[in-house]
Write a protein that binds this ligand. Structure first.
Ligand code: BG6
Length: 471
């Protein structure tokens, strides 16, 4: 075995990420109802242990303490999201909320004073409920309201933010709300989902267009959840299935948001099945002209696909699965708590794809991480979670990221999901992802062993690793 220090480029961004709805708590600033609050009020039984987003990690009250913890766990950068519902408490439109501006300005100032770069994301699944009633991302009116919100943020926080992001995982709400029943309003309707996806992409382009008028030094981009797609075998039927899955789940957002164009094969396929959204030439022009300047890559698991083994029920709703089946690879390693495969080499494959097919755009790993249930099992007598599994997970992924950088990928940083354990949507606090543990009843924060490891990693800008693993 050869042990080697894997060193990362100078000024590498070491940090983590979370989002407003998952960490802030409602607080007293005033905030419009979000779709998550609405859904909980209607169907509390869909949420693990019936925990809603009203308190979560209570960051709204504890942000000063939290910034200190960022420092103690080695952060030189951190991604937050700015809550649209807090900024515009009259249902996402109307007058801007001075208390929200004061909160975010104070938080960002504290971060900057501590030497932590602010990565600010504008939308992380948290639509104001009344805007959802107007059609959510299916509505042009909502696109315009979002652009106004984005423009307000550029104006109010532009001097404090290092890099901006229009969306986190825009595919997530499309899958959840229109195809797979894990986001409000829980429809199964591909064509409406395609419309919402198209308008999300248009909103991204229009926000970038607005951003350019502010003359800021920062960049603006998008954060996408990308899984490299692998066919079960080289059999042409499996390869074709994988290509189609990749079109639906990867190229659908990546191409227009980064290259400014939609994959023609995807357009043809949707046309054939009468699933194309409505749009006009001017929309296509806007999307073409205003693309991401920086790309965040959320990587958790690979996508493995095979040709369908049975015919589609013609009476079932149109879904991407009409063209492939998921493949369970024999021997795969799983994070059983979340049901996601752990395949660290996938981070390398993903970065190489961006290098080779997306102009090697400036990018960083914006999420990667391991959610584990009942982590109190791993507490020592002092109450610290001894999460060696998370340290291994981080090292194994970073080693392949290092290899990608060695081979020329333009990767500027690594952000873990997440900082302090936070609220995981319908899974609420079931799986814990943090470098810092959270005792829910007391809100006590305790740095995990992984948090100490992360500090050392960031201080030394690298770590020792058995490089023979890197095939
Ligand atoms: C990402 C999201 O998909 O994965 C986060 O950006 C999310 O918001 C994270 O929390 C982990 O997934 P989950 O469903 O376990 O919370």
């Amino acid at each position: 075995m050869t042990t080697q220090k894997l060193s990362f480029p100078e000024n590498f961004w070491w940090g983590s990420a979370w989002s407003a709805e998952q960490a802030e708590g409602r607080g007293e600033t005033g905030k419009a109802e979000t779709v998550w609050e609405r859904w909980y009020a209607e169907q509390p039984y869909r949420f693990y242990n019936r925990i809603d987003s009203s308190i979560t990690t209570d960051h709204i009250h504890r942000y000063k303490e939290d910034v200190k913890l960022m420092k103690e766990t080695g952060h030189n950068s951190f991604r937050v999201s700015i809550s649209w519902a807090r900024m515009f408490p009259e249902d996402g439109v109307g007058a801007v909320n001075p208390k929200a501006i004061a909160f975010y300005r104070d938080l960002f100032t504290e971060m900057n004073k501590a030497g932590i770069k602010v990565f600010a994301n504008l939308y992380h699944f948290d639509m104001p409920a009344k805007l959802q009633d107007k059609g959510g991302w299916e509505s042009r009116e909502v696109v315009n309201a979002y652009v106004h919100f984005a423009d307000t943020c550029f104006k109010e926080f532009g001097d404090l933010v290092f890099h901006w992001f229009t969306f986190n995982e825009p595919l997530g709400p499309i899958l959840g709300s229109y195809l797979e029943d894990f986001h409000y309003p829980n429809l199964i309707d591909f064509k409406r989902g395609a419309q919402a996806a198209f308008f999300t992409i248009l909103a991204h382009a229009k926000a970038i267009e607005a951003f350019k008028t502010h003359g800021l030094e920062s960049k603006i981009g998008v954060i996408l959840n990308l899984s490299p797609t692998f066919p079960r075998s080289q059999n042409p039927a499996d390869v074709k299935a994988a290509e189609i899955a990749d079109l639906f789940y990867t190229r659908s957002f990546l191409d227009p948001m980064v290259k400014g164009t939609f994959p023609s094969v995807l357009i043809d396929l949707l046309k054939t099945y009468d699933q194309l959204p409505d749009y006009c030439e001017e929309d296509l022009q806007t999307i073409h002209e205003h693309t991401a300047q920086i790309l965040g890559l959320n990587y958790y698991e690979p996508r493995r696909v095979k040709a369908r083994s049975c015919a589609v029920n013609p009476d079932s709703p149109f879904l991407p699965e009409w063209f492939f089946e998921n493949h369970i690879m024999p021997g795969r390693r799983m994070n059983e708590y979340r049901g996601w495969e752990i395949y660290e080499r996938g981070i390398y494959d993903l970065c190489m794809d961006i290098k080779e097919n997306y102009g090697n755009i400036e990018a960083f790993i914006s999420e990667n991480g391991m959610g584990v249930a009942n982590e109190e099992r791993f507490m020592d007598e002092t109450g610290q979670v001894i999460d060696d599994y998370r340290i291994e997970y981080i090292k194994d992924h970073l080693a392949y990221l290092w290899k990608a950088i060695e081979e020329g990928c333009n990767i500027k940083g690594y952000h873990l999901w997440t900082f302090i354990d936070c609220w995981s949507w319908i899974n609420s606090y079931k799986n814990r992802y943090g470098l810092v543990s959270l005792d829910l009843p007391t809100q006590r924060r305790t740095i995990k062993k992984s948090g100490e490891f992360y500090k050392k990693l960031s201080d030394e800008n690298g770590f020792e690793y058995e490089v023979d693993w890197l095939v």
